[in-house]
Design a protein around this ligand. Structure first.
Ligand SMILES: [Zn+2]
Length: 407
């Protein structure tokens, strides 16, 4: 090999290493990652406006073939990675649905999270909802009380995805389980939209990176138990293993007919000083145990029974039509993917005020990931605005309601 060749290879290797370091940093810091993605979206939009991105019909046959190949390879790689990750984490399907939910008394809660089914190998849960959240928080509550027996107040801070934290089940559990564990004052605080990820996500990212490194040094991680053992061995982060059984126990704490807490979407703080009784307000305040600042609203889970109408909260799922906010503008679109509380939405293109069309060619930029707070409403499918059905509009009353709020 000539010197010149090896020098160029050395440069390439260095560049590759730099890129890897950059990516590791990016992926372990969700805020940085989101910022990066936002900039990339902006850059793409700018290049598109400047005509630097060719439309599919403007490409030569060769370029078109190359592009198609790239898309196909990217999507193959994406699904391969997703499958690998799933294979590691998944051991069993969710069991929440087949479990009939009953309210049990506080003294019936088993003291040890690991008791019961002693001969069976505990299986790990894949659930990410409020019930699973509390199965994961319970050992943390216990250890705080063990190490700090005088601790009576507990404050939670999280981002606000409806599936995990911003829902009645979470509020109910937050106003009951900590009391069972000996706390007597609980607050749950939601950060402002797009500012939710912080230290805990960084810790999670660092653990994932560590797992990658362990594998690259030659230890294989075929299942969740090995992952747990290896991370426990190689990091100072304290880990708890949560089994499917723990999640089932957590599910049993929730009565089946919980009433919807009004104003959930505007709530930034939930306070509880008595089991089942909560206060919600739009701004968090910590000036006193339960102060009157920012007009807290009382809600008692113990008094209220759910009516069917109230339970019919719109659900965000793949295929639903939604109204999303992008750069201050509203667009209708359908949800195409939901991952970790973020939503990929395929939007229509704008052709004027409440006039949209379905783009005939698809660009990468039209499918964008949104946070929950960017999704303004679940809407009926947009209807043709003209007889030729070239343009579509969102139901005018819905459009008026959200454009007013938006400006
Ligand atoms: Zn206050």
């Amino acid at each position: 090999m000539s010197t010149r060749q090896s020098a160029s290879e050395k440069r390439k290797k260095l560049a590759k290493e730099r890129l890897t370091t950059f990516r590791e940093k990016l992926y372990s810091n969700p805020e940085l990652h989101e910022e990066y993605r936002r900039k990339e979206r902006e850059r793409y939009q700018k290049r598109k406006l400047a005509g630097q991105i060719k439309k599919t019909e403007e490409l030569t046959k060769k370029q078109h073939e190359k592009k198609t190949r790239q898309w196909r390879d990217n999507s193959k790689l994406y699904y391969k990675r997703k499958k690998q990750l799933k294979a590691i984490l998944e051991t069993t399907p969710s069991s929440e649905d087949d479990e009939s939910l009953q309210l049990i008394q506080a003294n019936e809660i088993p003291e040890s999270p690991n008791e019961g089914t002693p001969n069976e190998q505990p299986v790990l849960s894949q659930q990410h909802n409020a019930i699973a959240t509390w199965a994961h928080l319970d050992p943390v509550l216990r250890s705080i009380r063990e190490e700090h027996p005088n601790a009576r107040n507990i404050h939670f801070i999280s981002d606000g995805p409806t599936s995990q934290y911003r829902n009645k089940t979470n509020f109910y559990l937050a106003s009951t389980l900590p009391f069972i564990r000996g706390f007597n004052h609980v607050t749950w605080n939601f950060t402002e939209a797009s500012h939710g990820k912080g230290a805990p996500d960084g810790v999670g990212g660092a653990l994932k990176n560590l797992a990658d490194r362990i594998v690259s040094y030659g230890t294989s991680i075929p299942d969740a138990d090995t992952l747990f053992e290896q991370l426990d061995l190689n990091s100072s982060v304290r880990l708890f293993k949560i089994t499917e059984d723990d999640v089932k126990k957590s599910a049993k704490l929730v009565p089946p007919d919980l009433k919807t807490v009004p104003g959930m979407m505007q709530t930034h703080q939930m306070i509880s000083t008595k089991p089942g009784l909560i206060y919600t307000r739009e701004v968090s305040c910590f000036c006193n145990f339960i102060c009157g600042c920012y007009s807290p609203k009382e809600f008692d889970f113990r008094e209220n029974e759910a009516s069917e109408e109230e339970n019919a909260e719109p659900v965000l799922e793949v295929g639903k039509w939604v109204l999303v906010q992008y750069d201050g503008e509203l667009f209708p679109g359908t949800i195409t993917q939901i991952v970790d509380g973020q939503y990929e939405v395929d939007t229509m293109s704008c052709a004027g005020s409440n006039r949209f069309f379905i783009p005939s060619k698809r660009y990468e930029g039209e499918k964008v990931w949104y946070y929950f707070d960017d999704i303004k409403a679940v809407i009926p499918e947009p209807q043709p605005a003209t007889s030729s059905a070239q343009h579509f509009c969102v139901l005018p009353e819905i459009w008026a309601k959200y454009t007013k709020k938006c400006v």
